[in-house]
Design a protein around this ligand. Structure first.
Ligand code: DQA
Length: 149
């Protein structure tokens, strides 16, 4: 069964109570539960991992190289704008990924407009709240199916 890894960066564990005007009211657990169910329906396994630590996220991406992960959906959160290390990890493992942001980062502070990930990503989804993860998962599922007809 193909596996899709969903990675959530720092402070996304606070979803549900964190700046609802930017990030909505769903908890991370609710988002992950929906993604797992959507994956199951498509005959794929969805594994989620959240960390506030850059090192743990880098380690998880490195582990994905040998644990059968076919595709990654990632919201690097604040690391989007700072982390060459996480970018390099994704580049090194050569697993295709989609970048997701709940908020429209282009309509906020100027420092949020730059991403260390977008040029490597298969695609980027911003501004649709939690729905963005589901859209990314659907795109990942279609991409896996296209590669394995
Ligand atoms: C975010 C946008 C980032 O700028 C911010 O640091 C986050 C969340 C988003 O999902 O909109 O933590 O990635």
């Amino acid at each position: 069964m193909p596996t899709i890894l969903v990675l959530h960066g720092p402070n996304l564990n606070l979803l549900g109570g964190r700046e609802a005007e930017h990030y909505g009211t769903d908890t991370l657990e609710a988002i992950d539960t929906r993604l797992e169910a959507a994956g199951r329906k498509a005959g794929m396994e969805v594994k989620s991992f959240q960390s506030n630590s850059e090192a743990e996220l880098v380690d998880r991406v490195q582990a994905a190289k040998s644990d059968g992960t076919s595709f990654i959906v990632i919201n690097p959160a604040a690391f989007t704008h700072t982390s060459v290390a996480l970018r390099d990890a994704l580049s090194a493992v050569r697993i295709p990924f989609i970048e997701v942001h709940l908020s429209n980062v282009h309509a906020r502070e100027p420092f949020r407009r730059h991403s260390y990930f977008s040029d490597l990503a298969s695609g980027v989804i911003v501004g649709f709240g939690p729905l963005g993860y589901e859209l990314a998962l659907e795109a990942a599922i279609r991409s896996i199916r296209k590669a394995n007809p």
